[in-house]
Design a protein around this ligand. Structure first.
Ligand SMILES: [Cu+2]
Length: 263
């Protein structure tokens, strides 16, 4: 064996282990990350995950069949020493061709119907009378949440009641941002001069990590937020305490990107 060949064969196992480690590091986030789309905590994220899973299982099935047939063909029909077999002169099989045209077509139609149904579900605005309304504004580099019906606003933390639909109207004060809370749903762009809409709901109490999912400048990495889902009674108590703070003369509220004294 030549020296280069020996070196390469010696590096085979370390190289394979490195590739495996890099590939598997992607799986680590499922267990260690503060947020994962694989652990939905509400109906919007659950619906999005089910669409991802169905598409993934179909792709996986096709991958296994195609790679399996390919592997079978290269082993079964490989060249052998003293091979005297004739090369096949087959020019096609119309039954097979119909099969591999119709089956993908049916899969695409099925996935289209499923995607459109999910889109309709996600864009169906919840009844304003029974849902909490929140205006979300993206700023370089923080999120602002205003509760128009309640007269309060917060930054970084979005408080919501568990089990209630929350209707979000999004916009931006400067550049395009994207609102994303992996365990609850998203992503929806916040665009200056426009209003975009989404809704979400938390099925259980907890803190859910969220972040801007659209590169928006040097401080993009700072644009985190936390959605804090409280049981309804605790949420009402939080609203009352915030309203009391806002009405007191020492309170501060956000206006634009600057802190100004609340009126
Ligand atoms: Cu950003």
């Amino acid at each position: 064996m030549r020296p280069v060949g020996r070196l390469l064969s010696g590096l085979r196992w370390p190289a394979l282990l490195t590739v495996l480690a890099v590939a598997l590091s992607g799986c680590g986030s499922y267990f260690t990350s503060p947020a994962s789309v694989l652990a939905p905590a509400g109906p919007v994220a659950a619906r999005q995950l089910s669409l991802i899973q169905i598409s993934l299982y179909i792709m996986l099935g096709i991958f296994v069949i195609v790679i399996g047939l390919w592997g079978w063909a290269i082993i079964r029909y490989r060249a052998r020493r003293n091979d005297t077999r004739e090369v096949s002169r087959s020019t096609g099989d119309s039954r097979l061709e119909i099969l591999w045209t119709v089956v993908p077509l049916l899969i695409v139609i099925y996935l289209t119907v499923l995607t459109v149904q999910t889109e309709f579900y996600l864009t169906r605005e919840p009844n304003p009378a029974t849902s909490l309304q929140v205006s979300v504004t993206g700023h370089q580099f923080f999120w602002q949440f205003q509760y128009p019906g309640l007269g309060i606003s917060t930054v970084h933390n979005l408080y919501i009641p568990v089990g209630e639909k929350v209707n979000l109207t999004l916009t931006s004060a400067d550049v395009i941002h994207s609102f994303w809370v992996p365990e609850l749903g998203g992503k929806t762009d916040a665009i200056p001069g426009y209003h975009t809409y989404m809704w979400l709901e938390a099925s259980r109490a907890g803190s859910y990590f969220g972040e801007c999912a659209q590169f928006c400048g040097v401080g993009h990495y700072l644009m985190h937020m936390t959605v804090i889902a409280l049981p309804p009674a605790q949420f009402q108590a939080w609203v009352k305490s915030m309203q009391k703070k806002t009405s007191s003369s020492s309170a501060w509220a956000l206006e634009g990107t600057r802190l100004v004294a609340a009126r």
